[in-house]
Each structure stands twice: as C-alpha cells, then as structure tokens.
Design a binder for this molecule. Structure first.
Ligand code: HEM
Length: 154
C-alpha cells in the first residue's frame, strides 16, 4: 500500500471486496465482449426479417443492455474505487498503460453497440468476415490488460 493515509486511501478498508467485485464485473463484461461479435458472425448469414434474424436481434439486445453495459459501468466503478485504496503506486506505469487498453475496450464496446443497432434495423453494412476479425480484438486487449494488471512489467 502506498501513500500517506489521506484521501487516496479512503477506501482502503474495502480493498478486498472492491477487488473481488472488480474482477467479477470484468468477467461478465468480457463474456459479452467475446460472445456478441460471434453472434454477429452467424447473424450476418441470415435473411433480414427472417425468424432466425429476429431471434438474434433479441439475444443481442438482451446481452448488450442487460449484461455488457452494466458490467462495463461496474468494471469502471470498482476499478476507479480501487485507485482510492492506496494500492496504486502512481509512479509505476502499468495502470496508465492498462487504462489505454481499457479505453480501447470501452471504444470497442460502443462500436459493438452501433453494429447491434445496424442489425436491429436490418441494415447489413458488413459481412461475417468483418465480425470474425472484430472478434479477435477483445481477446488481444484482454491479454494485454491482464498481463499489465498482474505482472506489472513496468
Ligand atoms: C475500467 C477501468 C479500470 C481501472 C481504473 C482498473 C484499476 C485496477 C486497480 C487499481 C487494480 C488493483 C490492483 C491491485 O490490487 O494492486 C485492478 C486490478 C485488476 N484489474 Fe483492473 N481496472 C480497470 C479495468 C480492468 C479491465 C477491463 C480488466 C480486464 C479485462 C481488469 C483486470 C484486472 C485484474 C485481473 C486485476 C487483479 C490484478 C491482481 O490481482 O494483481 N481491470 N484494476
């Protein structure tokens, strides 16, 4: 633990719970970030307006609104709360590098929301190959973020 016991340590007594809730919300968010592009790959192969396409729309809407978005908000809330437990040495670089990758993950989250709305409106600007490529991005970001958070190479 760092610091002088001031405002930056105000949540120190709750550190273990905040970290557990941070990791739980990360798991829920990443589950959606890895699954939604996969749904898009299969959805792109269906006829707009077909019963299968309508089923995919319902699955995508519920995943994005009921799981992914609340989990993203919770990940940010508990992650930022952890920075008020005194655990972060602000001279270390890992958290800054991690937040750059997390900003990328958050940008991708809103991109998935835009593509979900395209499908919901039967707009098909991209094919399955595009979503297959997009599916790799959260995996690569996840690997980078977890290595930075656990190994702290710098
Ligand atoms: C959204 C903004 C985020 C902030 C501000 C943040 C901040 C933090 C902080 C301060 C810690 C505590 C480090 C410690 O206990 O010493 C932590 C732990 C952790 N974070 Fe985040 N985090 C964020 C997002 C994420 C995301 C998106 C992931 C994964 C995809 C992630 C994965 C982890 C992991 C695995 C740990 C535990 C590391 C350990 O036990 O050593 N975090 N985070």
């Amino acid at each position: 633990m760092s610091g002088d016991g001031g405002a930056m340590n105000v949540l120190a007594p709750y550190y273990p719970w905040l970290k557990a809730l941070h990791i739980l919300s990360v798991i829920a968010w990443m589950a959606g970030m890895l699954y939604l592009p996969r749904l898009f790959v299969y959805h792109a192969g269906t006829e707009p307006g077909s019963p299968t396409s309508e089923t995919f729309k319902t699955m995508e809407r519920r995943l994005y609104r009921a799981i992914m978005t609340p989990a993203m908000v919770a990940t940010w809330f508990f992650g930022l709360s952890l920075t008020l437990t005194g655990v972060v040495q602000w001279t270390e670089f890992w958290l800054y590098a991690k937040l750059v990758l997390v900003a990328g993950m958050t940008w991708l989250h809103f991109g998935l929301g835009r593509w979900r709305r395209d499908f919901a409106a039967d707009r098909r600007p991209h094919g399955a190959a595009f979503y297959r490529a997009i599916n790799e991005a959260p995996t690569l970001l996840l690997i980078g973020i977890v290595v930075l958070a656990v190994v702290r190479p710098f």
